[in-house]
Design a protein around this ligand. Structure first.
Ligand code: ADP
Ligand code: MG
Length: 689
């Protein structure tokens, strides 16, 4: 059955003045429908609203000048250039508009017409404008003109579509179609949020009557864009809400859990645990993001979820992106939960085939309660007896498909807890993880002090070495980080291997200096880390492999060489490796930044230790796409809104969107028809059942 296109989805070729051939040029701009055209945002605007008579033209200024066509001249210069001029004037004053090599202009003007020219007024023995924008107007009536006499939109265009033509087409489209298109935003919502209607917004984003109107139009379109996005989020969340496992919270279990630690959980940790309890006790699957800086105590929180799942007779899986991290989780979790009689298993690729086969069996038979591992958890042949909870660490290192693949291993949709140590500013979290619930850990537990960070130059090198030595004399350890393992070619960049030699032989010959880097084999790496962790070495020279997963509380200094080469997020991750004990720790960024942005990064790092502040700055500097990285993206394309700048609007739109979906989950109310259509059009109907 042929479905009749809604008026907003009529192809552009049916707009007056377009046709099949031109519609191809529009398609290249991403404009296929009337609505695409309406949402095609001008790059900027030119205020051509004040129109003056020729006598008031000011030399050197860009302005709109009106007058009568007294005469036109068309001739060829000796060089071959064709020249067309219009003599515009009133009683005494004359202005010459000149076009070179555009012979067709000869047909545009007729003697006696009133026209308006917009351009820069030059004085070349006479008043002149070269290639001005123009509009022929009816006697004395500039109103209704598109190119002059108003605030004029300037579009981002390609050669095959001129500004003038674009304006004409947009204008025609508005005239013919806008009246037939419903406002996607329900009237009551618009009233509540004081938003202008669709027609006003579209008219004024293209042909604003004033800059205030433009502002209101823009605001409304930003709101609308976020609103639709958040409706999609709300619908996704609804879809996730299939029936899941309803866990029994069990009298006294939480108290028992809290007693497992030799420290008191922070109030934030307790709050996150309550969030998790609420989710797991409901019959809908948990879909929660636990955000907290490195060392903020996420693992402790996650362990409660593990315990709750296991005590309810289900299995739990914990997936980490690297083997080091998986092993570390394994150590922590097994140490904490094994005394309760819980079977914890580790499954990573470094394990021998035989052992790995045995562990798989234990998982599929249900003998193993908790299995911790890397990607190996989602491989073929990995079956669970009764997976009830999936904890995914460092979520951004996994693709959506990998996440789904783990979740798919349960009979019911398992509850999911996703942990990330990359602080994601709320604005971004609502955009990308808008369908998840979010818990935050902002403080550092255990009365730990923030790391003191210095940014220094090469001249401090000796002093830094002395400082490292004094910390080691006080019984602590140090990390020294390099961007590369080996020096490449004639590069000036110091490398881990050569500096390791240098430290060992020349600077700290009396100390134990170890090394770890990404080119080592997994078990070599593990042994190197282990030795350092046990305190057999004082200094560990490393590449950024120590970025994730290393927990050595006795380290109080980290020297990062060539610090200007790292992004904010990476520096912050690196720094998170220290300050994990009760002693004051120091991060020394040795670097010679050559650009403003690298200077800004180092300055920011030395100013604050707050991951969320740093993340916001980082988002600011790099923009959302770069910030998230290609890997996970999931970032929607936005035409109008900017998630950083327009965050307040996003929050309002989100509230409205979630309320609306709550009330009308199928979007079947006639008032919500436009929303349903737009989502179906943009998301291929995948989100709406
Ligand atoms: P994350 O997983 O967020 O990086 P962890 O859970 O690994 O953080 O915690 C980092 C360190 O802090 C661990 O050594 C852990 O034992 C300790 N820790 C966690 N919670 C507390 C707390 N409430 N008080 C003191 N130390 C804590
Ligand atoms: Mg952790």
């Amino acid at each position: 059955m042929q479905v009749k296109k809604s008026p907003q989805h009529i192809p552009v070729r049916y707009i007056k003045g377009v046709g099949p051939k031109k519609s191809e040029s529009f398609r290249k701009l991403g404009v296929e429908t009337v609505l695409d055209l309406f949402y095609y945002l001008p790059r900027r605007y030119e205020d051509r609203s004040r129109v003056v008579p020729v006598k008031d033209a000011v030399i050197g200024e860009s302005m709109a000048v009106a007058g009568r066509v007294l005469k036109t001249n068309f001739f060829r210069a000796r060089t071959g250039t064709s020249i067309f001029e219009v003599v515009l004037g009133d009683d005494k004053n004359r202005l010459f508009a000149v076009w070179y090599n555009l012979p067709f202009m000869n047909k545009v003007f007729k003697k006696g017409q009133t026209v308006v020219f917009y351009g820069k007024v030059d004085m070349q023995k006479r008043l002149q404008m070269n290639h001005p924008a123009y509009e022929v107007v009816e006697q004395g009536k500039i109103k209704g003109a598109l190119d002059v006499g108003r605030i004029v939109p300037i579009y981002p265009l390609t050669a095959s579509i001129s500004q003038r033509y674009m304006r004409k087409v947009v204008h025609n489209a508005i005239k013919a179609h806008i009246a037939h298109i419903d406002d996607p935003l329900p009237t009551s919502l618009r009233a509540r949020r004081k938003l202008v209607d669709f027609k006003f917004a579209v008219e004024n984003i293209h042909f604003p009557y004033s800059f205030e109107n433009l502002e209101r139009a823009y605001h409304r379109l930003v709101f609308e864009e976020f609103f639709i996005l958040q409706v999609v989020m709300a619908l996704r969340r609804l879809k996730n809400r299939k029936k899941g496992i309803k866990y029994d919270l069990m009298e006294g279990l939480r108290e028992k859990f809290e007693e497992l630690f030799d420290f008191e959980l922070t109030s934030e940790q307790k709050k996150c645990i309550k969030d998790i309890e609420r989710d797991m006790a409901s019959d809908k699957p948990m879909n929660r993001l636990l955000q907290g800086d490195v060392g903020s105590g996420k693992t402790a929180v996650a362990m409660y979820a593990l315990l709750l799942a296991v005590n309810n007779g289900y299995q739990a899986a914990m997936m980490a992106p690297t083997e080091i991290l998986a092993r570390q989780h394994y150590v922590t979790v097994s140490k904490t939960l094994m005394p309760l009689g819980i079977n914890v298993r580790l499954l990573v690729s470094g394990i021998e085939a035989e052992a790995s086969g045995r562990i798989r069996k234990e998982v599929s038979s249900g003998e193993a309660d908790i299995v911790i591992g890397t990607h190996s958890l989602i491989q073929e042949g990995m079956d669970f007896d009764s997976l009830g909870l999936a904890v995914i660490d460092e979520q951004h290192k996994f693709g959506v498909a990998q996440r789904k693949s783990l979740i798919g291993k349960g009979p019911n949709p398992p509850d999911t807890l996703v942990m990330t140590a990359t602080p994601i500013p709320r604005s971004l979290a609502l955009t990308v993880y808008g369908d998840m619930d979010i818990s935050l850990l902002k403080q550092k537990p255990g009365g730990r002090q923030p790391v003191t960070t210095y940014w220094v130059g090469e001249e401090k090198r000796r002093a830094i070495y002395d400082f490292i030595r004094s910390e080691i004399d006080a019984g602590h350890q140090a990390f020294i980080v390099y961007p590369r393992v080996k020096r490449s070619g004639s590069s000036q960049m110091l490398s881990a291997e050569e500096m390791w030699e240098h430290f060992k032989e020349e600077v700290f010959p009396d100390l134990e200096v170890g090394m770890v880097h990404g080119r080592m084999k997994a078990d070599e790496k593990k042994r190197a880390m282990e030795r350092f962790r046990k305190g057999e070495q004082d200094i560990l020279v490393a590449t950024t492999v120590i970025e994730v997963g290393v927990d050595v509380p006795n380290v109080t200094v980290m020297l990062v060489e060539h610090a200007e080469r790292y992004g904010l997020a990476q520096l912050h991750q690196l720094r998170g490796r220290i300050g994990r004990g009760e002693h004051q720790s120091y991060c020394i960024l040795l670097g010679d930044p050559k650009t403003d942005s690298s200077r800004e990064r180092l300055a920011m790092m030395s100013e604050t230790d707050d991951g969320f502040k740093i993340a916001e700055k980082d988002l600011d500097i790099r923009g959302p796409g770069e910030f998230l990285g290609k890997r996970q993206s999931g970032l929607p394309e936005l035409r109008f809104g900017n998630i950083v700048r327009d965050f307040d609007i996003m929050e309002e739109a989100r509230t409205e969107a979630f309320d609306l979906v709550e009330q009308d989950p199928a979007l079947s109310d006639p008032h919500n028809r436009r929303i349903r259509e737009d989502i179906a059009e943009r998301f291929g109907g995948k989100t709406v059942k």
